[in-house]
Every structure is written in structure tokens, then in C-alpha cells.
Design a protein around this ligand. Structure first.
Ligand code: GLU
Length: 304
């Protein structure tokens, strides 16, 4: 019941606050370029679907070609980043548009994309199993994850933060202690950081962050911790009840999760990021421009 209410609220607020729209050009222009629609003050971005794409030596691309469509792993409860509006069925967010941009560069438009929601703890396995072709969803590049998968990027950098009740005394991570219960997602880097570096701080875990936000609103936990970019999206939904406090206390570099060893696809995406600064900026402005976050596009890793 509660989750349903939150989901509905998230949908309404995300649309209202960010005024997001998205549409796809079906015009078969090569390169996966983006454009904006004129004559509207809502910022919108669309991608031109590339034609005659060939990525020789990419097992992922071969699989996509055989299937005739792309399966992308995403988040769907993170407003501004990866979000599904359950009333309109529309997906929005910075990560979702990055995923669309990649699909367009491979020759696939919106109608050929299947978005698969996958929680933080299950991402590597989904990629290893071949359940998805790539994953775009606040996915930090780490050495541990790189044992199982590869990352294109980074395409975004943020850091771990804290979301608390607006009347909370917690002002930064220095205020966490035995009496502050901190909630985060299972398998995420923020929960690992709390467990490793904040001994004695009690933790609560759910598979998704929106469940932690519910627990915070209900007073069951004292803080939610994850990337600030994610927390800012939740705080915007509850400006009277919640606030983001402190400075980021980790560095989270977001990458696109790929099958290990598919260097052809990895290099294709990295090249796209490197050459597509204008498109990156348009995607950022559309989805996060109103959020107050200021982030510049990072350079991709030489070898992720
Ligand atoms: N970026 C962090 C991670 O990849 C936290 C966000 C998330 O769980 O997606 O673990």
C-alpha cells in the first residue's frame, strides 16, 4: 500500500518538478545524434537512430542483432535518474536517456528497447547471465565489480550523501553513531562503506532506495545513504519533510555495465561519450538541470 502511494507520488512530482518529455526521432541518420524540439519551453531531447551499424567482434551486438532489439537494465524508482511513471508508463531520467542514446547509436529506437528493472544487488549477475545487453543505473565503477563485468565510462560523477528528516540533528556523516539507523540498498557501495568504515552504526537494507525513503518518512530509520544525485531527487519530492545534509564522502563514478571482454562495445560507447559532449549536456540539462546539481562530463577511462 505504502509503496504504491510513494510510487504514485514520485511519478506526479517528478513530472511536475522536472517537466520532462521525451520523444524519439525515427529518422535513420547515422551516429546516434541528438536534437531538441523547437517551439516549446520544456527541454526535450531525442536521438537519431543510426543505420547500417556494424560492431564486428561484439558478442553483445551480435545478440542484439539476432533478437532485433535491445534489453537494458535500469532503475525505475530514482527520480531524475531512472524513473518509471506508473500512471503514464513513461520512463524518464538522466540514465534512461543515456541508455536511449546508446541504443540509438546501435541502430535501435524507443520501440526496440526493453527496459528491465534490476536492483543494485543483482546487476553483475544479470550481465554475466546475458539477461541484459547493458546496464545504465547509478552504477559505480569498482574493481570488485570489474572482476565480473566491464564498464564503459565514467559518464557521471557524484558522491555518497545523507538524507534525513528536516528536523534531524544529523548534519553530516560525523554525526552517525550507535543511535542512528542508516538505510541503504543491498549490494550498493554506500552500504558497504557504512559497514566497513562506520563500525557500530546500525544499518537497514532494502533492495531499492524508495523503500528506505518510506522507512525514513515513517521514522523507522534515521537516515538514508546513497549517492547525492539520487538523494536530491527524493528530497525534491518532500521539501518539507526531508533534507540532504553534509558534503559527499565518497566518489562514485558511474559506468555502463557490460559483458566482460566485450571491448568492441565498450570502445564504441566510450567513443560516443567522448565525441558527444553536446548530447551529454543536453541530457543533463533536461533531466538534472533544475535539480541544483552541477556536474561536468568526466573523461572516459583509458581502459575500464
Ligand atoms: N552508485 C552506488 C552503487 O553503484 C549506489 C547507487 C546504486 O545502488 O545504484 O552501488
Amino acid at each position: 500500500m505504502r509503496t504504491t502511494r510513494l510510487t504514485a507520488l514520485l511519478g506526479l512530482a517528478a513530472v511536475a518538478a522536472l517537466g520532462l518529455t521525451a520523444c524519439n526521432s525515427g529518422s535513420p541518420t547515422p551516429g546516434g545524434a541528438a536534437g531538441g524540439s523547437e517551439g516549446t519551453d520544456e527541454s526535450s531531447v531525442w536521438f537519431e537512430t543510426a543505420s547500417d551499424v556494424s560492431l564486428e567482434g561484439s558478442p553483445t551486438f551480435d545478440r542484439i542483432t539476432e533478437r532485433g532489439g535491445v534489453i537494458v537494465g535500469v532503475k525505475e524508482d530514482q527520480p531524475g535518474l531512472g524513473f518509471l511513471d506508473v500512471t503514464t508508463n513513461e520512463r524518464t531520467g538522466f540514465d534512461i536517456d543515456i541508455a536511449r542514446w546508446i541504443a540509438a547509436s546501435l541502430g535501435y529506437g524507443e520501440e526496440d528497447i526493453t527496459f528491465q528493472p534490476i536492483a543494485s544487488a543483482n546487476r553483475e549477475q544479470a550481465i554475466v547471465n546475458g539477461d541484459i545487453d547493458y546496464y545504465v543505473g547509478t552504477y559505480s565503477i569498482t574493481d570488485k565489480r570489474k572482476e565480473q563485468i566491464d564498464f564503459a565510462g565514467p559518464y557521471f560523477i557524484t558522491g555518497q550523501g545523507l538524507l534525513v528528516a528536516s528536523d534531524s540533528d544529523i548534519a553530516s556523516e560525523a554525526d552517525l553513531g550507535p543511535d542512528t539507523n542508516v538505510c541503504s540498498a543491498t549490494g550498493s557501495t554506500p552500504i558497504q562503506n557504512i559497514k566497513a568504515n562506520f563500525p557500530g552504526v546500525p544499518t537497514t537494507e532494502f533492495d531499492v532506495y524508495s523503500a528506505c525513503v518510506e522507512a525514513l518518512l515513517n521514522g523507522q530509520v534515521d537516515a538514508v545513504t546513497t549517492d547525492q544525485a539520487i538523494l536530491i531527487g527524493y528530497a525534491a519530492l518532500y521539501p518539507d519533510e526531508l533534507k540532504v545534509v553534509g558534503e559527499p564522502f565518497s566518489e562514485e563514478r558511474y559506468g555502463v555495465g557490460l559483458e566482460k571482454g566485450d571491448t568492441v562495445l565498450l570502445e564504441h560507447i566510450n567513443e560516443m561519450f567522448t565525441d558527444g559532449g553536446d548530447i551529454w549536456q543536453a541530457i543533463f540539462d533536461k533531466n538534472l538541470g533544475a535539480s541544483g546539481i552541477t556536474v561536468e562530463q568526466p573523461a572516459v577511462d583509458a581502459a575500464s
